[in-house]
Design a protein around this ligand. Sequence first.
Ligand code: B16
Ligand code: MG
Length: 312
Amino acid sequence: MAGSWLGLVQGFGGLRIAGGHLRFAPTLPKAWKGYGFNLRWRGCALRVDVDARGVRYRLDEGGLLVFAHAGSEVVLEPGREVVLPLAVPSPPKAVFPRACQALIFDLDGVLTDTAHTHYRAWKRLADGIGVPFDLQVNERLKGVDRMASLEIILERAPRAYSADEKRALADTKNGYYVQEIAKVGPQDLFDGVRGVLDAARAAGLKLGLASASRNAPALLQKLGIADCFDYIADAGRIVRAKPDPAIFLDVAAALGVPAQLCIGVEDAAAGIEAIHAAGMAAIGIGDARALRHADAVIPRIADFDLRTFVSP
Ligand code: B16
Ligand code: MG
């Protein structure tokens, strides 16, 4: 009930409390004839009715009430009412910057399938020490750095591990991972990656890479796309891992592009959070439910059409 009330009063009535004052900006959805609600505020009882003719505010109890309607101040005396025009809904904010100057890509799970390679390496380690680990837990590891990933896996461990043991486990996992990526080559790029990078370059955009993986530079070399990027973040130098915005801000600064003119591309929820915290628009690649906070989600990088997000 409380949720429904808030949905109506804040969502359609536009109620906000700012600086200790009530603000309204009521709108009327096309399919509705009208709606109304009561509100008690500092000893005042206010009735608000909204229909196609406008918004009626009536003060049933209390002293003088001052509030804002669609940005203008209204002073209402007890027992009086006032009818004002409906607020004009503001157009949705353009999330993707018109003057976008840079695309900043994540690597694992966006440009190549190493998200699964990481999974297999962690799985091999977890099985070896008898810790349950599955694809569901793995979702939480995406975009998360090596030691933080290990901590998540060890949440289910039957015993505690010392710092030295943890370092050794992380090294073992990395050994498994490095072993697997030894055979990686340009054939392992996801379909469409080359096309996206070339189109972005042709459109004059700068390209950056914000991968949490310390193996990223070596992997880019193997994939044959290292030269496509103007800047590749050094994951070893980034102190705060995703979802902290540090890595995306580092790349934007190195490219010399303000954050609000960058678009980040990620396959992990932690990465989307990091992009937003950096003040950038976020494109998710993968499952729309897992990436529901992204500004747009496309299933595969092959579906990435630059013109959808960047004006020529
Ligand atoms: P490493 P991304 C991340 O890369 C992976 O998603 C994550 O699973 C991995 O733990 C992390 O890199 C660290 O990788 O152990 O190679 O340093 O998605 O940010 O490109
Ligand atoms: Mg990733």
